[in-house]
Design a protein. Structure first.
Length: 95
């Protein structure tokens, strides 16, 4: 069953964020991850949305999301991500 990793992001350091973005794609391939959306032009229809950017990544299943997130390749990028941006990262499985 298809699953998604969704990140809501506020960039703190654009140069470090650019470096992180350039390196994260290579960590997705072994898990079948496909970047679907990088969005910066949100229209809030209801409620509060405190982040400036959103990313949506599709995976074949929830195990692939978890495998990617916990992989040594991705975990090596987490310190850079934390320096570059505040990120709320969640996973959803399609019904």
């Amino acid at each position: 069953m298809t699953a998604y990793a969704i990140g809501h992001i506020t960039i703190k350091d654009p140069a470090k964020w650019a470096e992180y973005r350039s390196r994260v794609a290579d960590t997705l391939a072994p898990w079948g991850g496909e970047l679907l959306l990088r969005g910066t032009d949100a229209v809030v229809l209801s409620g509060d949305f405190r982040r400036t950017d959103t990313v949506v990544i599709r995976f074949p299943n929830r195990q692939a999301v978890t495998g990617w997130h916990d992989s040594p390749a991705y975990q090596a990028l987490v310190p850079l991500r934390q320096e570059a941006a505040d990120v709320d990262l969640v996973s959803y499985q399609a019904d």
